[in-house]
Design a protein around this ligand. Sequence first.
Ligand code: FES
Length: 106
Amino acid sequence: MPVINYIEFDGSKYSVEVAEGANLMQGALDNMIEGIIAECGGCCVCCTCHCMIDPQWKDAAGSITSGEDELLEMLSERQDNSRLSCQVTVTASMEGMVVRLPESQY
Ligand code: FES
């Protein structure tokens, strides 16, 4: 299982194994990592699973769908590397990925 490094806004770092096929939101929730609220449970309607993926893993994270893009547009804190963690499926190529979590979700 790939190790994903979740970093909270205050710098707290959590390196956890997440099963391939799961998504980044599930990986955070299963490991009790704060900073992912996930109000809609991964249905891509709430924006409370926002995260920023470090640029070197942009390609590994896969492409963004139009629906995800529209939701991210609603976030004032959107950055170039913003994603909705429920829409990013974990693969072996994500080994060591760094996922930063926004202060707004605490
Ligand atoms: S959990 Fe609601 S959009 Fe991702």
